[in-house]
Ligand binder design. Structure first.
Ligand SMILES: NC(=O)c1ccc[n+]([C@@H]2O[C@H](COP(=O)([O-])OP(=O)(O)OC[C@H]3O[C@@H](n4cnc5c(N)ncnc54)[C@H](O)[C@@H]3O)[C@@H](O)[C@H]2O)c1
Ligand SMILES: CC(C)[C@H](C(=O)O)[C@@H](O)C(=O)O
Ligand SMILES: [Mg+2]
Length: 367
């Protein structure tokens, strides 16, 4: 690949604040590793609503389609909480996932040694933890029809959402999970609620069939989603790869983030299907949102955003060495005792977003 086309969409709240720290890392890549990107940047979410009246313009969706990779910040702004569903800032990320067919959201929860004490869980429960949640992102209850709010004859209202999964939707995301497991500890846990939901029953059947047909070398287990939430807190090390639907994956990954110390630590990659020309649409984003409660204060943790960029280098550009270096730089900075507020422990040095970003690049410069 000659020039790498990167679309950057900072979004709302802390999105632009943590994205600024990624700019230091791209500058380092160009300065020290001679790797340059053709970078375009645009507005999404509340920022786009304010400027253009829509959460995302078609033009931005097209730019995302044309890019080799998209780096996304976060969307969501309480100022727009009164508007209709199709006009909410969150539409931006949902539309990008759907339009680009980004069906497999990889959410790794890895515990850095230095942060073992930042978790609210006991250190022996989480030390060395490395799990991967594969969340389906273009189906399920987020997009199923019928949906809406209707008024019943008696004047009462009814809100409707529908959980829908087809065989092919389940198979393709399960395939991603099995392939990943083969490169890790060779174990997949498929999570649904087949005890109460037909879509969960189908999910379990399809994963079981695919496993028997193509992945019998991988260890497969099944777990009900409520039990999985409990097991993630009780003994998270029992998991390697978890594969699950859209809503359960959303909940379980926020839960898993606290194993690592903070929501501000968890990156993600959302991948589509490999195209005929060999390209694979991909979007990278932290799993956290726009954090309106701390936005504008310069205290957000930029690590999830920086690690999302490392995932981008790894998955979209095959820059394994550079991705390793960024992850090592994060580990090194944490080992020196620098902490943003969300991962602060007594006796360590509390810093803001920019000092954390600068420190990570200083570590990179030493490599
Ligand atoms: N992909 C996305 O763009 C995305 C993801 C999740 C939520 N959202 C949106 O974000 C808005 C706020 O949602 P929320 O408050 O429920 O979730 P959130 O993830 O924004 O924040 C939850 C809590 O975690 C903290 N937090 C999150 N990221 C942090 C970071 N990097 N450093 C330090 N602390 C951090 C916040 O301060 C807050 O207390 C909503 O509009 C929601 O829809 C967007
Ligand atoms: C903002 C919202 C639509 C999104 C989701 O629910 O998928 C977020 O919570 C996430 O985890 O990426
Ligand atoms: Mg979420």
């Amino acid at each position: 690949m000659s020039t790498k086309k990167l679309l950057i969409l900072p979004g709302d709240g802390i999105g632009p604040e943590v994205m600024r720290e990624v700019a230091r890392v791209t500058a380092w890549l160009s300065r020290k590793r001679n790797i340059a990107f053709e970078i375009d940047e645009d507005l999404v979410g509340g920022a786009s609503l304010a400027e253009y009246g829509v959460p995302i313009r078609d033009e931005v969706v097209e730019k995302a389609r044309a890019a080799d990779a998209v780096l996304f910040g976060s969307v969501g702004d309480p100022a727009w909480s009164h508007v209709g569903f199709d006009k909410r800032p969150e539409v931006a990320i949902l539309k990008l996932r759907q339009e680009l067919g980004l069906f497999a959201n990889l959410r790794p929860a890895k515990v850095f040694d230095a942060l073992v004490d930042a978790s609210t869980l006991k250190s022996d429960v989480i030390k060395g933890l490395d799990i991967m949640i594969v969340r389906e992102t273009v189906g399920g209850i987020y997009f199923g029809e019928p949906r809406g709010i209707e008024t019943l004859p008696n004047g009462e209202k009814r809100g409707i959402n529908t959980e829908v999964y087809t065989t092919s939707e389940i198979e393709r995301v399960a395939r991603v999970a099995f392939d990943l497991a083969r490169k890790r500890n060779n174990s997949v846990c498929s999570v649904e609620k087949c005890n109460v939901m037909e879509s969960g029953l189908l999910w379990k059947e399809v994963v079981t069939d695919l496993h028997a047909r193509e992945y019998s070398d991988v260890k497969l287990s099944h777990m009900l989603a409520d039990n999985c939430a409990m097991q993630l807190v009780r003994n998270p090390a029992q998991f390697d790869v978890i594969v699950t639907g859209n809503l359960f994956g959303d909940l379980l990954s926020d839960l898993a983030s606290m194993l690592t110390g903070s929501l501000g630590m968890l990156p993600s990659a959302t991948l589509g299907a490999v195209q005929e020309d060999g390209r694979r649409p991909a979007l990278y984003e932290p799993i956290h949102g726009s954090a309106p409660d701390i936005a504008g204060q310069g205290i957000a943790n930029p690590i999830a955003q920086i690690l999302s960029f490392a995932m981008l280098l790894r998955y979209s550009f095959d820059l394994q060495a550079e991705a390793d270096m960024i992850e090592a730089a994060v580990a090194a900075v944490l080992a020196t005792g620098l902490r943003t507020a969300d991962i602060m422990s007594p006796g360590l040095a509390r810093v803001g977003t920019d000092v954390m970003g600068e420190a990570i690049v200083r570590e990179l410069d030493k490599m």
